[in-house]
Design a protein around this ligand. Sequence first.
Ligand SMILES: [Zn+2]
Length: 57
Amino acid sequence: MECKLCGEEADELITVKVEGRKKKACEECAERLAEEGTIAEEALGAMRDMMGYKGRF
Ligand SMILES: [Zn+2]
């Protein structure tokens, strides 16, 4: 699968909302978007679950 944001191949893609539009992104891009505050909070929660990440970004 190919990340729609950076074009890199990724094992797992996460659906993120960018400016109201859903996009498939790799974990790296999703994390970057989260840091920038672009990603929707609900998507963040789903990503944390998927990654088993208990902390904060
Ligand atoms: Zn990416």
